[in-house]
Design a protein around this ligand. Structure first.
Ligand code: DGL
Length: 306
């Protein structure tokens, strides 16, 4: 990591498995123009959506430790999969620093938007299989019907930069995922984009489904939640160095694809390579120590944060 630059003012840490969380940073940046941001994309270990709960918790904790090391005043878990599995673990780790995830804000926004009480969710395999959205929507509004689809391939398309409206391949993959959810009489009128990589497909999704279906961007919902929790920053910050971008692998590729997800293009020198091996080793040591304490026989090692 580069030598630490001195930053004045409030700081917000944001992380995702890759560049998808930039769709969240875009919303945060608009709502918090006087805050500093540290964004980490864990491009070395992407995708999270196909990993086990234990692994996603371990990865999320290591990223949370890094942003907390910058002395942030809030942490945004800009990844639905990490929010699904690791929000509790990150919240415990960060306390008393507030932590905002994606699932609950998006669920509340969807319930506020639906008129027919039928909500669709598209997300990664991990998020859908966990049932996190179905449970949260049921808690927020028990009368709501929920249907969902795991759309893991969209993460790869987004990271690859295949997001063009005119691309027939992308359109046909999206139709294949969406048709079963919408091809019946009681179709949802609201669709949660339950993965932060998916807002880049919003225009194609609306083309397929029509204007009658409201799309819920989890980043928009989460930024509003953070805004009501933190309020506006009191002091202006240096506009030049307000946002620092980190990737755990290949900053050049990260910068090249970022313009589809963020407000403006990034140069590769604006993205810093961050070494996760140190924090991963620390995580492992802490976990082994914890599991020895809880299970002196050492027979089975289970995630303590799950
Ligand atoms: N962007 C992430 C999410 O919101 C996950 C993508 C992945 O790594 O599978 O779920």
């Amino acid at each position: 990591m580069n030598e630490e630059k001195i930053m004045q003012g409030r700081k917000i840490g944001v992380f995702d498995s890759g560049i998808g969380g930039l769709t969240v940073l875009r919303e945060l940046n608009a709502l918090f123009p006087n805050d500093n941001f540290f964004y980490i994309g864990d491009t070395a270990r992407l995708p999270y959506g196909t990993k086990s709960r234990e692994t996603v918790i371990r990865y999320s904790e290591s990223l949370a430790r890094i942003v907390l090391g910058f002395g942030v005043d809030a942490v945004v878990v800009a990844c639905n999969t990490a929010s699904t599995h690791a929000l509790e673990a990150v919240t415990v780790l960060a306390a008393p620093v507030p932590v905002i995830g994606m699932i609950e804000p998006a669920a509340y926004a969807a319930v506020a938007a639906t008129r027919n009480n039928h909500i669709g969710v598209i997300a990664t395999a991990g998020t859908i299989q966990s049932g996190a959205y179905a449970r949260t929507l049921d808690r927020v509004s028990p009368h709501t019907t929920v249907c969902s689809a795991a759309c893991q391939m969209l993460v790869a398309l987004a990271e690859e930069g295949w997001t063009d409206q005119g691309d027939p391949v992308v359109r046909s993959i999206l139709s294949r995922y969406l048709d079963p959810l919408f091809d019946h009489a009681h179709a949802p009128d609201t669709l949660i984009l339950g993965c932060t990589h998916f807002p880049v497909f919003s225009h194609i999704i609306t083309e397929i489904l029509g204007d009658g279906v409201t799309l819920i961007n989890s980043g928009v919902a989460a930024a509003k939640t953070l805004s009501s929790c933190l309020g506006a920053a009191k002091y202006p910050v240096d506009p030049q160095n307000r946002i620092r971008f980190f990737a755990t692998d290949d900053p050049t590729r990260f910068a090249r694809n970022a313009c589809r997800f963020f407000d403006h293009p990034l140069d590769s020198h604006q993205v810093e390579l961050i070494d996760i091996s140190y924090s991963a080793a620390e995580d492992d040591k802490a976990r082994q120590a914890m599991s020895r304490l809880q299970n002196p026989s050492g027979q089975s090692i289970k995630s303590t944060a799950a």
